[in-house]
Each structure stands twice: as C-alpha cells, then as structure tokens.
Write a protein that binds this ligand. Structure first.
Ligand code: NDP
Length: 454
C-alpha cells in the first residue's frame, strides 16, 4: 500500500497490505491468546499499558513526525495530540480497577448475588485517521485493560502510526496474541466484518458506519459506532468579550484543518453582536499561517485526503449560487499538496450543503439569528447529534437551550473538546454507544450474574 504525503503528493512509503490469509491467521492467534491475556490480573494489564504510555512519551517527536508525514497534521498539533491522549491512561489508572471489579449486590441471606465483568473476547477496532491517538486509545487501551484481544485496523491514511502502536504496545509487554494490527484499505476492514469476532468498535464516517451496522447486526455481538457530526455553535448577545468568543469559535472550526469529528461546523450569532463577531472572526482567520505542516508555526496544513478538496469546492459553489457571501478563502491554492484556504461564508442558510452536510475541512458558515428560539430550531435541524456549543454570559439561559438539544455532548463557553472523565457518544447519525468515562470501561466487558447459595 502506498503512503502519500498530503503536503506534497509524494510517495513516502510502501507498506505491504494484509491478505485475507494474513488477517485470518492474526485473528486465530488472538483467539488462542485472549484467555491468557484475560488471566493476567487487571493491575498487571494496567501496568503494561502505563509502560506503553511512557514509551510514547519518550518518543513524542519521532511519533509526531510520522503522524504529520502521513496525515499532514501540523507538527505542533501532532505533538499536542500525542501528549494530550495520555489523559486516557491517567483515567484508566484511576478508574479501571474499580469499574472492572466484581460487585457484590447481596451479601447476606440464603442466596448471595454478585456480578463479574468478563471481557468480550477478540474485538475489532476499525479506526479513523484524523486523531488516531485519541480515537485509537478510546478503544484499544480500554479494550486491552478489560482483558480483550484487539485486532486494530488503522485508516489507510494513518497506517504508519498504527504500526507504531503495535511496536510500542508489544515493547511495553502486551503479548503479540493480545494486540495485532491489520494493514490495508477498506477491503481489509471488510475482511474483519466477515470474520468471527466478539465485538466491533468503529470510528469513522456515517456512510461507512451505517454499512458496518448492517453487516455486524446479524452476528448479535456488541457494536459501537463513533461517527461524524455537523456541530453547531451559538453565540448569544450577552457575550461580553465578542473578540475572544470569535477567536475561540474560529479555533473550534479550524483546528486540525476542521478535520475533527466535533469541529464547529456551523455558527449562529445573535443579531446584536453579529457584525462585530464576524469582523473579529475574519481577522482571526486571516492570521492563521497555512503552509508546510513540518513547520511548528503552521496552523493550517494540507487536507489529509485529496478528494475532500473537491467536496469543499462544491460546498462553496453551492453556497455562492444560493446567495452566500464569501468573506475569506474559498479556493485551493495552486501548487503541490491538498491545501484549502480557510474559508468563511456569511448570508448562509439551511438550503445550502455547507450548513447541512459534514464539511470536514477548513470552511465555516456564519448565520445571523434573532433569538434563542430561532437558534435552537436551526441547531436541531440536522441528521447528526454529536456536540453543540453555546457561548453566553448567562449560564441559565445557555443551559435552558443546551438541555433541549439531542446530542451526546454540550459545551458552555467552550467547544471542540473531549475529556476521558465523561462519556463520548453520538446520537442520531453520529453513532451508537459510548467510549470514555466508566461507561467506556464497561463497554468492553459483559456482565455475568452469579446467584450463589451455600
Ligand atoms: P471512513 O468511514 O472513511 O473510514 C473509517 C475506517 O473504516 C477506516 O479505517 C477505513 O479504512 C475503514 N473502512 C472503509 N470501508 C470499510 C468497509 N467496507 N468495512 C470495514 N471498514 C471499512 O472515515 P475516515 O477515516 O475518513 O474518518 C473521518 C470520519 O470519521 C468523519 O466523518 C469524522 O467525523 C468521523 N470521526 C468520528 C469521531 C467520533 O468520535 N465520533 C472521531 C473521529 C472521526 P480506509 O481508511 O483504509 O478506507
């Protein structure tokens, strides 16, 4: 499989893809080894994973280079991701033993009742390229600590990083029969769907997730889907520092080139502060440095996938034809690499793809609204349900709106944020099930009820 540098279009590596025979023999190895891994006490499994975290910390610069080379993520953002993802290990260290321990529910009387939490078995982790550390850790670390064996399929656009995970997990002491990586395109993912596995944990687009759901459903095994979003942010007119609100909103929209599942994808601003907000927002976006992702001062690198350039051009074209005003960007600059200038459109509405379809790139529409009622109606007008944010001074007013939104995560005066302490989940087309928090620990085990009579 060819690995292309999205900043230049140049070939940087060729990695052998797994054939069906390879995939099946890796799964067989995991199947045989999983009971051995499950027999290792949870404290020891945890200690091994913490060692993995140390190995990652020891080679942040090298790992960040690999990630930037294959995805185009600006180097500083690669470093941020790798360092930041360690909070999953901090969370597991503090919580895994507690949430995986046996629970005694009835300890007196003739019949004792208790619950034990058993691993699912061999589980598939089919992952995305945009934050491979964050979204990978959410699944494979939590699955491993619970005693599962994991077959990990990185996105074809983050395969070198996937192989690094395997190298460092094995080096830390995770047995080769507890973690494997399969390399290839969606065809290799398909092989996992056809294999006999005990759970499927997918992070990626709605289209692929929906397909996976249809394939996995007849197996009657646990399945979780962490899918895309079209996440709204609403700025109320009681915001005191409008400039700061604009800076924060722009970061939520453009960090990682907008290629975050929970990126701000549409903005609504109350009319009293609209002009001021738009002015500060554009000023901020103009200050972003676009260029070589290996330069630590770059904020906007290339898109990871070439076809996304056309998706963004189409969204701009559609919006302009329907009356939007282009305030900044709107084009892919001449030259090598899959670059797209950060783009801001106003006079937008929900008749435009820009405000309805996931953009997954550095492009945003800002719409003026009269009041909270109108904002709520527009925020809810989506097939997705990942996150939503409100910037406001009045917490009560913000909370009143946030609690009415059918999404997995809401933010007040912040956005584009994930924490291991609370569940990460999507509603509607944004997914099924939760990772992170105690729910994300329990996602990788199945309960067994014991009724014990002396
Ligand atoms: P894709 O859906 O294109 O791919 C996700 C994974 O599925 C990849 O490993 C891909 O392999 C694999 N795959 C493709 N086809 C099949 C198939 N037929 N059977 C099994 N596996 C298959 O998503 P992206 O990687 O492009 O990720 C971007 C999407 O992920 C966005 O929509 C984003 O919002 C979402 N996302 C959601 C998150 C969340 O937590 N909710 C977090 C991060 C991203 P290959 O790449 O080799 O084709």
């Amino acid at each position: 499989m060819q690995v292309i540098n999205p900043a230049t279009g140049a070939l940087i590596n060729e990695i052998p893809s797994d054939t069906k025979e390879h995939v099946l023999s890796k799964i067989e190895k995991l199947r045989k080894g999983q009971p051995l891994w499950a027999d290792v006490p949870v404290e020891e499994r945890l200690a091994i994973l913490l060692r993995f975290g140390e190995l990652v910390a020891d080679s942040v610069e090298e790992l960040a280079f690999v990630l930037t080379q294959e995805t185009g993520k600006p180097l500083q953002q690669s470093i941020n991701e790798i360092k930041g993802a360690n909070n999953r290990l901090v969370h597991l260290e503090a919580n895994a033993t507690k949430w995986l321990a046996e629970e005694v529910m009835v300890s007196e009387g003739a019949t004792k009742e208790q619950i034990s939490y058993e691993p699912l078995g061999v589980v598939a982790n089919i992952s995305a390229w945009n934050f491979p550390y964050n979204v990978g850790y959410n699944v494979f670390l939590y699955a491993l600590v619970a005693g599962n064996s994991v077959v990990y399929k990185p996105s074809e656009f983050a395969s070198m990083t996937g192989l690094k995970f395997r190298e460092l997990l094995w080096k830390a002491g995770v047995p080769e029969y507890a973690f494997e990586c399969v390399i290839g395109t969606g065809e290799v993912g398909q092989m996992l769907l056809e294999a006999d596995l005990d759970g499927y944990f997918f992070t990626g687009s709605y289209a692929t997730g929906r397909y996976i759901a249809t394939q996995v459903a007849p197996k009657l095994v646990p399945m979780q889907l962490e899918l895309g979003g079209k996440d709204p942010l609403y700025v109320m007119d009681d915001v005191i520092d409008v400039r700061q609100a604009a800076i924060n909103a722009a970061e939520g929209a453009f960090y990682n080139n907008g290629q975050s599942c929970c990126a701000v994808e549409r903005i609504y601003v109350q009319e009293g502060i609209y002009d001021q907000f738009v002015e500060h927002f554009i000023e901020e976006v103009k200050s972003y440095k676009m260029g070589d992702p290996m330069d630590k001062s770059t904020f906007i690198g290339p898109l990871t996938r070439e076809p996304q350039v056309q998706v963004l051009l189409d969204q701009v074209q559609d919006a302009l034809l329907k009356g939007a005003e282009l305030k900044h960007g709107g084009f892919s600059p001449e030259g090598e690499g899959y670059y797209f200038t950060p783009t801001v459109l106003t006079s937008v509405n929900h008749g435009m793809d820009l405000m309805k379809e996931e953009s997954f790139g550095p492009i945003i529409g800002i719409q003026k609204v009269a009041n909270d009622e109108e904002a709520l109606k527009l925020m809810k007008d989506t097939s997705y349900g990942l996150t939503a944010a409100v910037f406001a001074t009045d917490k009560g007013r913000a909370m009143q709106l946030l609690k009415q939104l059918p999404v997995g995560t809401v933010y007040w005066n912040c956005c584009d944020r994930v924490s291991p302490n609370v569940p990460w989940s999507g509603r509607k087309n944004s997914g099924l099930g939760s990772t992170l928090s105690y729910q994300g620990i329990r996602a990788f085990v199945q309960p067994k009820a014991y009724h014990l009579r002396d």
